[in-house]
Design a protein around this ligand. Sequence first.
Ligand code: SDX
Length: 429
Amino acid sequence: MGDTAQLIVDGKTYEIPLVVGSEGERGLDIARLRSETGLITLDPGCGNTGLCQSSITFMDGEKGILRYRGIPVEQLAEHSTFRETAYLLINGELPTEAQLRRFSVRLNDHSLVHEDMRSFFESYPRGAHPMGMISSMINALRAFYPSIPERSEEEEINITFARLLSKVRTLAAMSYKISLGHKVVYPRHDLSYCANFLNMMFDSPVKPYIVDEDLVDALNVFWILHADHEQNCSTSSVRAVGSARVNLYAAISAGISALWGPLHGGANQAVIEMLQEIYDSGGDPAPFIARAKDRNDPFRLMGFGHRVYKTFDPRARIIEKVCNRVLKKLHREDPLLPIAKKLEEVALRDSYFIDHNLYPNVDFYAGIVLRAIGIPINMFPVMFAIGRLPGWIAQWKESADDPKWKLYRPRQIYAGPLKRDYMPMGERA
Ligand code: SDX
């Protein structure tokens, strides 16, 4: 295969270099397109446009492949922990025993938040969505941790990574406890990353929380599966905001805001709301399938479809297994699970979903796992954000380490009115 493509415009031929990825993916390198041809490309939603080369996550949407730093997500879900996977994504390699221990100590050392942050939560409007709160609080962290001149830049940024990874859990659990008017539970030095979060969420002076290792395992898998997903909407937002050289807290806050949307990370909450609506209307998914197929109806089947996966999202299958495992362990039935399974079965037999390559994505079963663990529904997107944080950090770090790190500034094709003069008020219609 050649290493260039030819573009013929107005009878002139231009050679466009091809860039080839480590998995053989090919792309047109159009970095000099406008300067050489005067042309730009137009690609609303960037479905055909790569904004970077990245070594972090590989996805094959046709084959349903997802790998972090080359390791299949199925193997990480089976053998790793979220803390270890976070280290892998950020540093590029699995940690040695000593590296993992140092990482754990650093996470523990930075797990508390400044006591003044409690007043932020307490003065936040009651009933505010936790995603808005967490995005604000993460941005506010910068005010408590201005840069430390005497530390080396690398040491400072690694401490910032640990602060974000560790404090996001504390802030999330704090927002929940304060929303209930309950006593805030502090992180403990003797609990693992996931167990600490569950304890901060559910421990109470009158009902001490007993850590259930099966739920800790389920949460590890849940967060491993959410840890990165190459250039999705929220990750692209972190890279775009970060490209202006703003501090990392602000870039991550932007990522949380993007993830909040129901088309993105907010879908796990929207799936449960949809399943509940089907349940409340008698359990027949047919009317919802019909609405999803109606081009005049903006309704979308939540938890279905994906910009990249045109087959099963590999994460959805693993999460479905976690669903079954957790419900069995808790000896619990979730009336929404059979609704979800029936909806999946009906949809996957329907030509509309087959023709549009619409399959369950990571969000379809995620909410059922979170319900079983006891997470309130409005915190489902927050659970996604905690899981995605190491991916956002790794992607930001990769762009910041790139010597060609450039400010994001896309172009456009102007389609508005031609030049015209200002019209005094008296002459306007
Ligand atoms: C995540 O990008 C990532 O990697 C994201 C993510 C990650 O880990 O970061 O994987 C996490 O965000 C998963 C997706 C969660 N969102 C949902 O479950 C919301 C429901 N899904 C859809 O809104 C939709 O599938 C998107 C937004 C996820 C992707 O849509 P695209 O690629 O922008 O495609 P589109 O909206 O242009 O739809 C293409 C066609 C349209 O039909 P036509 O007009 O061509 O006939 O497919 C149809 C759409 O109507 N379609 C659906 C549908 N999704 C697409 N029809 C009904 N129900 C759906 N869910």
